[in-house]
Write a protein that binds this ligand. Structure first.
Ligand SMILES: *Cc1c(COP(=O)(O)O)cnc(C)c1O
Length: 293
């Protein structure tokens, strides 16, 4: 189903002369709606739901969530009903682009208070949802579970060129874990946290890798310096960077994930973090649907 994925070489002035080779893996072009890493995160979950004879997928997210958008579209395409448990009663107007599109794709939107939303990992809450919605297949927030890691381990399997580093933005860390688990010996993965005070992500990623591959692979790290104030926070410097990047390279970024990652990569390149001749692949994880909202 995945056709040849594009690898774009990035050669703008800001990094020319650094001696580092930078490429972007365009997962944003994979599918018009099941965007970027979310396609890989859902792949084996859909397969498992089918195996379990489930007809409904239930998942969780905020009002602008790329995962909600992707699950709604994937459900429609694969003949599952979908239910989205959406954080925040105050957004119950369904007027933003993410939620109205999810609804068009057939997703039933259930708005819960922030307090209830906090229970999303609790077993009693999950049981309550299972009873209420006829035992759906439950996918955690962000689509992040072991089957998501398994899917993300396939992200770079189509890249036949050699490279030294693969980079991605980190929300829950499932994508970074999948990338790390699939690297060959000398390659390394770098994740850029989009959350503030998110040292816990180091444990999340370590746990995912250990559970998925059975051992600890010390080939990855998370850089915590480019969150710009936290999830969905942005600064003028970030927005200016994104606009400049888009103009020079004709590739769209958004400020929540891919903009922060690329800002971080450019900053590291310019500060000499990488050695001349090293080759970096930045994974464009998509997320552009959120830009409309
Ligand atoms: C969800 C998402 C991420 C984060 O992926 P995790 O596996 O949760 O770390 C990164 N980029 C984009 C565009 C996303 O939508």
């Amino acid at each position: 189903m995945v056709e040849k994925i594009l690898l774009n070489r990035i050669t703008d002035n800001a990094i020319a002369g650094s001696g580092v080779e930078l490429f972007m893996l365009r997962l944003d072009l994979l599918h018009p709606e099941i965007s970027g890493n979310k396609w890989y995160k859902l792949k084996y979950n859909l397969e498992e739901a089918r195996k379990q004879n489930k007809n409904t997928l239930l998942t969780f997210g905020g009002a602008f969530s790329n995962h909600i958008a992707a699950t709604a579209a994937a459900g429609k395409e694969n003949n599952f009903n979908t239910i989205g448990i959406i954080r925040g009663e105050e957004l119950a107007d369904e007027s933003n682009a993410t939620l109205s599109r999810a609804k068009q794709n057939g997703m039933k939107l259930v708005f819960v208070s922030r307090e209830d939303y906090r229970k999303r990992f609790r077993e009693d809450f999950i049981t309550e949802l299972k009873n209420k919605y006829s035992d759906p297949y439950i996918i955690p927030e962000g689509g992040s579970n072991l089957l998501a890691v398994k899917g993300c381990a396939e992200i770079i399997s189509d890249v036949t060129d050699s490279f030294d580093f693969v980079c991605c933005a980190v929300g829950t860390g499932a994508t970074l874990a999948g990338l790390s688990a699939s690297l060959s010996k000398k390659q390394q993965a770098i994740g850029f946290s989009v959350l503030a005070n998110a040292e816990f992500l180091n444990d999340n990623v370590g746990d995912f890798i250990k559970e998925f591959s059975g051992n600890e692979i010390p080939n990855w790290k998370i850089i915590h310096n480019y969150h710009f104030g936290g999830y969905a926070h942005k600064t003028k410097a970030l927005i200016d960077f994104i606009q400049q990047f888009e103009m020079e390279n004709n590739i769209s970024l958004e400020p929540i994930y891919t903009g922060k990652m690329m800002y971080g990569i450019y900053d590291l390149i310019q500060s000499g973090y990488f050695t001349r001749g090293e080759k970096i692949i930045a994974v464009h994880t998509g997320g552009l649907q959120g830009k409309k909202s």
